[in-house]
Design a protein around this ligand. Structure first.
Ligand SMILES: NC(=O)c1ccc[n+]([C@@H]2O[C@H](COP(=O)([O-])OP(=O)(O)OC[C@H]3O[C@@H](n4cnc5c(N)ncnc54)[C@H](O)[C@@H]3O)[C@@H](O)[C@H]2O)c1
Length: 377
């Protein structure tokens, strides 16, 4: 690993999440962020100074022959456009979630990448962390027997307090496209690809009112505050049928002030596994086995990367590029997850089951015993 030629990357979009990527990338020797850009050049300049890379423009980055990979951290509605621009420029592209906001654009990205022999990757990469890799090992090793069903529940009152509320209630976001990628990807990591979706979805109200506790940095962007329209469904509930036979009940909602459900639970014929928040890399993982008279026990985390390791998926893609092996957070997985998520509204509107058109390989498990920064070859 130490001898592998680093993949030089550029970050497009220097907003809130970019710091985690700049920091994360420093931990992984397979990747080096050499440039960044943003529609607001001062944001790129600030990040470039902080993290020691070059502030550029999109055009300069696309034209730079040294840069092999674009890390796309733009807002969701821009993802497919930037993915296509990057691929047209001959770069591999790793994008933040969701993979796109509609299926046609996502498919264009996949087809273009395949026609050019380039890689497409997508967040989330949290399922590669210690928490979900431990869950997967426990499941695959039979600790809860054969999985029969699961629940995945993410509910809150909505992100008004972050000041980005109009974005979250507009087409391309909502609870499913914003938080669903973590939950649905975690389920596909556990169970493999899905077959169908049934669902009912709705809006809690036609308008939301931006709260007074708006983050200072957004005050200029979203004036005037007040009522703004809700253009997406804000309470989605349904069942995903996985090809391995598991039925996962999913609730994704901005319509609850709080709840006490675990993020994800898996019910097997020999026990139950309570999984951590899939929007994090760590634990806890708890298991209740039918033969265990102590009841619930905390399972030790078997894998590395329990701290915030965003960039892990991009670093794994870099090793995949160099070693000519598939990368785990790949476009097929992200496209399948996107189709599952979009199928909730479709199933609700149609009042019937949606048979999924896309599929993917269950991503390879991470091996045990990696050192910090190490990615499997
Ligand atoms: N903020 C989080 O906690 C978080 C966590 C995980 C994932 N994400 C995802 O990461 C992505 C970015 O989120 P964020 O919170 O950083 O958003 P943000 O709005 O803070 O940042 C996005 C940045 O992209 C820039 N941008 C837009 N179009 C561009 C273009 N064509 N070229 C260059 N720059 C462009 C914007 O100017 C902005 O600075 C989203 O897809 C989001 O879902 C965010």
């Amino acid at each position: 690993m130490a001898e592998m030629k680093k993949v030089k990357a550029a970050i497009v979009g220097c907003g809130m999440i970019s710091g985690a990527y700049f920091n994360g990338a420093k931990k992984f020797p397979s990747i080096e962020v050499v440039a960044c850009c943003d529609n607001f050049p001062e944001r790129a300049k600030e990040k470039a100074e902080e993290f020691g890379c070059k502030a550029s423009t999109n055009k300069e980055i696309y034209a730079d022959p040294e840069i092999e990979m674009i890390i796309n951290l733009s807002p969701p509605k821009m993802h497919s456009t930037i993915n296509i621009e990057a691929l047209e420029a001959g770069k591999h592209v790793y994008t933040e979630k969701p993979f796109g906001v509609d299926e046609a654009d996502a498919e264009k990205v996949i087809k273009l990448a395949k026609s050019k022999g380039l890689r497409v990757g997508s967040a989330p990469d949290t399922f590669l962390g210690a928490g979900y890799q431990t869950c997967r090992k426990l499941l695959d090793d039979g600790w809860i027997g054969k999985p029969i069903s699961a629940t995945a529940i993410v509910m809150g009152r909505g992100p008004e307090k972050w000041g980005q509320a109009p974005f979250f209630y507009d087409y391309g976001a909502g609870p499913m496209l914003d938080l669903g990628p973590y939950y649905i990807t975690a389920l596909v990591n556990l169970f493999g690809p899905a077959k169908s979706v049934v669902a009912m979805t709705k809006k809690g109200s036609e308008f939301r009112t931006l709260g007074a506790d708006v983050a200072e940095q957004y005050k200029d962007q979203y004036k005037p505050y007040g009522k703004y329209p809700v253009n997406v469904t804000t309470h989605l509930t349904g069942v995903i049928e996985f090809c391995n036979g598991v039925y996962a009940t999913v609730i994704s909602s901005f319509e609850a002030f709080g709840h006490n459900h675990p993020p994800i639970e898996v019910y097997g014929d020999e026990g139950t596994m309570c999984c951590p928040d899939p929007n994090t890399f760590g634990g806890p993982v708890k298991v209740l086995r039918k033969l265990n008279k102590d009841g619930w026990v905390n399972a030790p985390l078997s894998h590395i990367y329990s701290d915030n390791s965003r960039s892990l998926g991009a670093a794994d893609m870099a090793v995949g590029i160099r070693n000519n092996r598939p990368h785990r957070c790949n476009g097929d997985l992200a496209q399948h997850v996107l189709e599952i998520m979009l199928s909730f509204d479709k199933a609700s509107e149609a009042g019937s089951k949606i048979e999924l058109k896309t599929t993917c390989e269950r991503p390879a498990a991470m091996p045990l015993g990696l050192d910090d920064g190490q990615i499997p070859e």
